[in-house]
Design a protein around this ligand. Structure first.
Ligand code: KE4
Length: 428
């Protein structure tokens, strides 16, 4: 359960100057114990830490690296475009090309605004929904994460159908009171809330496929119910596709599920690994944004040429390489091998996978919502995580995250990984 000497030294120094030693909490390995390793370089499906140890990477920077690490087509683009300038704060042609690509690939998106993170995208979409509807109430779901803006760092309140309570210090109770948190995959809770408060609800925001409490999938009809209830009551449906967008298909989950949200949020894949976010949807709604409309939203680096060019290079390669069928092929290979192995070992498990996104739960309960995820064998997960890491397999350092495959992974990588799983499971 330990990282190499140089990683430990770096982490000790980092903790003196960076809160928790990290610039994003999940990297601190708090859900698995121990300390994180520091990365020196990465290429394809592999990362190398500062002590020279290499790992097959199943996180890919939490989603952006769908082509694998440092894909030549992206790094060459960054080198070339950077020679002509990194950021202008003035419109540039790459922004137009990115807008064209997003609106072509995602039919529900008639207009799109770029920003610099998934948090900015969802925060802006919430403000836009409130501005468009003139209503204040937002609905989110337990276990869904949409970034760290105040309106969305909210937990289910004691009166679950009345209002939320802050899910972080520093979020004023008055902010949280305008967010209701419902249990996910509960049609009854949705119908009860809309029956009582439908006319006050500005928007429902949902992770299209929740991937921040493990990978939890909507039960049949649930997304359709979300869509019909929001339409019936004049509320907006916001699909948070920051992780699933451009990863699970050109039109993300809304393409797979044939759902037409009013607004969608994106990030990760469309930046090619550089800081990016985006939100878009019906022109009638998007036109409420400044400078045309009364809803203010802005960003110094929004649409900067480097992130746009890197994202475009990645999307073009994904499309040219028929990436989605290949990612499904890799995902199916991995899932089939995993199911066979865990069944042979008699390990209680559930596997949720769609395309290149997957999650292994050590439980025999059906996974319907975050309560089910919390009931898995967390101690077993921790032992499995460290056993795999010691043998060069980097899985998500938390049972509440999702794994990612990339086009750089090969069947040999997956078979080697399954071989390590076999060894580790045999030792727990
Ligand atoms: P960012 O602000 O981290 O770019 O995006 C926030 C966000 C919004 N919506 C969804 C569905 C997300 O998954 C995220 C961020 N994803 C996490 C991974 N679970 C980022 C990792 C981290 O926080 O370091």
């Amino acid at each position: 359960m330990s990282s190499g000497a140089l990683s430990q030294k770096l982490f000790a120094t980092a903790r003196e100057m960076i809160p928790g030693g990290v610039n994003s909490p999940v990297r601190a390995f708090r859900n698995v114990g121990g300390e994180p390793f520091f990365v020196r370089r990465a290429k394809g499906s592999r990362i190398e830490d500062v002590d020279g140890k290499t790992y097959i990477d199943y996180i890919g920077s939490w989603g952006p690296n769908i082509l694998g690490h440092a894909p030549t087509v992206v790094t060459n683009t960054i080198h070339e475009v950077a020679k002509d300038g990194v950021s202008f704060g003035i419109p540039n042609p790459f922004e137009v090309e990115m807008a064209r690509t997003v609106t072509d690939w995602v039919p529900s998106v008639e207009k799109v605004r770029m920003c610099n993170s998934g948090t900015e995208a969802t925060m802006s979409a919430i403000r836009l929904a409130r501005g468009f509807t003139g209503r204040d109430l937002i609905v989110k779901f337990d276990g869904c994460y949409h970034g760290h803006s105040d309106s969305l760092l909210v937990a289910a309140g004691s009166g679950a159908l009345t209002h939320g309570e802050p899910d972080s210090a520093g979020v004023p109770a008055d902010f949280a009171r305008n967010t209701v948190v419902l249990p996910y995959n509960s049609p009854e809770a949705l119908e009860a809330l809309f029956a009582e408060k439908g006319e006050c609800i500005a928007a429902v925001i949902v992770e299209s496929y929740p991937a921040n409490a493990g990978f939890v999938l909507p039960q049949a009809g649930y997304l359709d119910l979300l869509s019909s209830l929001t339409k019936k009551h004049g509320s907006l449906l916001i699909f948070d596709e920051v992780m699933t967008g451009f990863r699970l298909g050109k039109a993300g989950v809304q393409g797979l599920e044939n759902i037409t949200p009013d607004l969608s949020c994106f990030g990760k894949v469309i930046g090619g690994g550089l800081p990016v976010g985006a939100f878009g949807g019906r022109a009638e709604v998007m036109d409420q944004l400044a400078p045309d409309g009364p809803v203010y939203q802005a960003g110094t680096l929004s649409g900067n040429p480097l992130a746009m060019a890197a994202g475009l290079a990645q999307l073009k390669e994904l499309d040219k390489a028929s990436g989605y069928p290949r990612l499904e092929q890799l995902g199916a290979h991995f899932e089939n091998g995993l199911r066979t192995l865990l069944s042979e070992k008699g390990v209680p498990h559930r596997i949720n996978r769609v395309g290149s996104m997957f999650c292994l739960f050590f439980t025999d309960r059906e996974i319907v919502n975050v309560e089910d995820v919390m009931k898995q064998d967390l101690e077993f997960f921790r032992k499995f995580f460290w056993g795999c890491l010691d043998k060069g397999i980097y899985l998500a350092p938390s049972p509440y995250e999702t794994g990612f495959l990339s086009l750089a992974h090969t069947e040999a990588d997956l078979d080697d990984t399954l071989g390590v799983f076999d060894e580790v499971l045999g030792s727990i």
